[in-house]
Design a protein around this ligand. Structure first.
Ligand SMILES: [Ca+2]
Length: 363
């Protein structure tokens, strides 16, 4: 599923850019030699109302048939797409209701991937027919997306997918591609935090120690993967390259890179962080974000005060758990959509933030 807010511009120029990017991705996917993808075709199955009980993996307003198909092919869980009368494209897991549709939603043209299965559905990740689309991996086989890609022998193509791993915990994997002189280089990122406007009203991040330790939220909207998971991912599995991507309300997109790891719960998930660069000029204060201001701080939540403010609990003041120092230099877990820097998502004093993603990979 795409992080659609990045691409869903309002103006015609952004819409053209979006279409071009999708065609480019589809082209690269086809060129990429993915035999599992190339042998499938989306064919018209009929009209449906609603999504027939399928899991909706992504919604793309004003998407053409080709753009919708590209979005489906880029998501390994997608087995069908629906083009609806209100010009919405939905990509789905493609199950059909045995009782037929009784939804009152808009009428949609349902396209399904042709597959070789006599019964059941083609699992594009496992490469086999299955009666059940829920994939279960052996416990603790993988902890990060790089391991997962190797285990499942997945083809690398830029995009985003969700998988269950680490004892069934759902994770979001983001594959990015960088063109170099020797050809494209792909990176497999494991997303550890996300704030998006997808979930209307947003969800609160003003939660306690156990919530932050174990993780909360949904991989389809806002989430915190959990301090214990982040500790294992960074300090034990070596995913110490952290990239923070922040998109402001005005569309400015900034990526900042750090070396990053956290200690165990016994040491309060203490933070180790060093800035190793961003893609915008270093004299722009927005690029620093001041996560470094929290270096060596323990994590603080509303019920566990480990910060340096002697009179207040910064997580309580800032409405979100974080490696707070003496409050308000940075906090990506504040209230979504809140303009008051003390309460909202705060990146070095900048609060007009549209979305945030924190992701890690091995250096
Ligand atoms: Ca305090």
């Amino acid at each position: 599923m795409y992080n659609s807010p990045k691409l869903d511009g309002d103006g015609p120029i952004n819409a053209m850019k979006k279409r071009f990017l999708r065609f480019l991705l589809l082209f690269l996917t086809i060129l990429g030699g993915d035999a599992n993808i190339r042998k499938f075709h989306l064919h018209l199955y009929g009209s449906v109302r609603g999504s027939e009980g399928s899991d909706v993996l992504g919604r793309f307003p004003r998407a053409s048939k080709a753009v919708c198909a590209a979005a489906c092919l880029e998501n390994a869980r997608c087995l069908a797409m629906e083009l609806c009368k209100d010009d919405e494209c939905r990509i789905t897991t493609g199950q059909l209701s045995p009782q037929g549709s009784n939804s009152t939603g808009p009428t949609c043209q349902l396209y399904r991937l042709e597959n070789p299965c006599v019964e059941g559905y083609w699992d594009r990740v496992q490469g086999s027919c299955t009666q059940n689309l829920t994939r279960t991996l052996p416990a603790n086989t993988c902890i990060d997306c790089r391991c997962l890609w190797g285990l499942l022998n997945l083809v690398l193509s830029a995009g985003e997918s969700e998988f269950p791993l680490f004892n069934g915990k759902n994770v979001v994997c983001v594959i990015t591609m960088t063109l170099t002189l020797i050809g494209p280089v792909f990176y497999q990122w494991t997303v550890i935090q996300r704030r998006t406007p997808r979930l209307i009203g947003g969800m609160t991040f003003d939660l306690g120690w156990n919530d932050y330790r174990d993780g909360f939220g949904s991989v389809y909207s806002d989430f915190w993967m959990g301090n214990e998971y982040i500790h294992q991912l960074t300090n034990i599995s070596g995913n110490r390259h952290l990239q923070i991507e922040v998109i402001r309300v005005n569309g400015q997109q900034v990526k900042v890179d750090y070396l990053f790891s956290t200690e165990s719960e016994e040491d309060g998930y203490r933070l180790h962080v060093t800035n190793i660069g961003g893609i915008t000029p270093s004299d722009d204060p927005f690029t620093s974000g001041c996560l470094e201001c929290a270096n060596l701080m323990k994590f603080t939540t509303s019920d566990v005060d480990n910060d340096n403010n002697v009179t207040s609990n910064c997580a309580d003041v800032s409405k979100g758990g974080w490696w707070h120092n003496a409050c308000q230099r940075s906090n990506l877990n504040g209230r979504f959509g809140e303009s008051d820097y003390r309460l909202g998502i705060n990146w070095n004093g900048i609060t007009d933030i549209f979305s945030v993603e924190m992701r890690v990979r091995q250096p």
